[in-house]
Design a protein around this ligand. Structure first.
Ligand SMILES: [Fe+2]
Length: 386
């Protein structure tokens, strides 16, 4: 048997009334006396923050709240929240939001665990190994999987760079998957984030670090996304909840098996041309799949294996193979939720291709792709996706 490791220590509390257990978990299981709620202004406007705040204030009348995490958070925001955390005498962290909020809260958790060291000194792998503060997450999108991962990416505005942080200290104690957190998410964001999750599932399933345990999570995630992406984009709340759970499953798969070339190129497309992560993944996914299956028989076999599994639910899957099925799903999402299908539709310029290709081959995900690739391969994929 080949060696593999799988670690996913986050307690998952899911379903319609999951959030009703939030205070019990904080107070009884984790011993929190005064939490800070970290969230963003969009969720406040949508009324999501009010619901969670109300629940928390029943137990924690002196709750501290930071409402202003921006969509593209930064190291400075982390340190601002840390100062608030210390001044208010907090002893627990609750993140309510999408990727930016969750990763900012992870930054806070690292700084607290490092007794106030500046976040810019904590980047890299396992710089802080032990978390010293209870931490729970309530995801409000169906994509990042950050609620079950050991990584965070936060922007350093001064140096115009994204910094990566990885440590077991970043695994939350618990994550709450509740319809109240997801029901107001608009169709276009449901679509973009669930296509990020589908990319996590497919890339994890063919990664060089794949293993039978992460495969199980990847297959379940892919199945639920094919079954629910269209209804979720149309606003069906039950479908959104299933996508939320699928996203967490995909997160557990890829935080152990890792992701590959789609993410390498999409990180670069995001950095160079500012394309949102889920949208860039959705555009690139079928083209990278064609590249991988054209170069590697085993990967082609694995795509076939996932496709045959999905065909059990044939009413939700179209086409003759997995790439076809992905393309058909995305064409439908293009029609009903305006999911962009080409790089030229999202403001990418051909003159940016060289820079994107340069960054993509250096990306941390590149080594986990089943096929090694060079700049010219990225250029070819970008041409096809243009
Ligand atoms: Fe992703």
């Amino acid at each position: 048997m080949e060696h593999f490791e799988f670690y996913s220590p986050v307690k998952i509390i899911a379903g319609k009334y999951a959030l009703n257990k939030l205070c019990f978990v904080l107070q009884e299981s984790l011993g929190v006396k005064k939490p800070i709620l970290v969230t963003d202004a969009g969720l406040k406007t949508a009324g999501v923050v009010e619901k969670v705040e109300k629940l928390l204030r029943r137990t924690y009348s002196d709750l501290e709240v930071f409402y202003e995490v921006p969509p593209d958070s930064s190291l400075k925001v982390v340190m601002d929240i840390y100062r608030l955390f210390v001044a208010a005498g907090c002893d627990g962290v609750v993140a309510l939001g999408g990727g930016s909020v969750i990763d900012t809260a992870k930054g806070l958790v690292l700084v607290v665990s490092a007794e106030g060291k500046d976040i810019s000194d904590l980047q890299g792998v396992d710089v802080i190994r032990k978390r010293s503060v209870p931490f729970v997450v309530i995801p409000t999108t169906c994509g990042t999987g950050s609620e079950v991962s050991r990584v965070a990416v936060i922007e350093d505005r001064e140096r115009n760079k994204k910094l990566a942080f990885a440590s077991d200290a970043l695994f939350p104690d618990a994550t709450f998957l509740d319809r109240d957190a997801i029901e107001t998410l608009p169709g276009n964001l449901v679509t973009a984030t669930s296509m990020d999750a589908l990319t996590h599932a497919i890339e994890a399933y063919v990664s060089v670090q794949k293993n039978p345990v992460s495969d199980a999570f990847a297959l379940t995630a892919a199945k639920e996304i094919f079954l629910n992406a269209v209804d979720g984009a149309k606003g069906d709340v039950n479908a959104k909840c299933k996508l939320l759970v699928a996203s967490t499953c995909a997160g557990m798969a890829f935080s152990n098996s890792m992701v590959g070339m789609v993410h390498s190129v999409s990180h670069a497309v995001g950095g160079v041309a500012g394309v949102p992560h889920g949208v860039a993944n959705a555009i690139l996914l079928p083209h990278v799949m064609r590249f991988n299956m054209g170069r590697d028989e085993r990967t082609a076999f694995l795509y076939g294996e996932m496709f045959r599994y999905l065909m059990i639910f044939s009413h939700a899957v179209a086409g003759k193979n997995l790439v076809d099925a992905v393309e058909c799903l995305m064409d439908t999402l293009h029609k009903i939720a305006s999911l962009p299908r080409r790089l030229r539709d999202v403001g990418v310029d051909k003159e940016q291709f060289e820079e994107i290709a340069k960054q993509a081959v250096l990306d941390g995900s590149a080594v986990f792709n089943p096929v090694a690739f060079e700049e010219e391969d990225v250029m070819a994929v970008l041409e096809e996706a243009f």
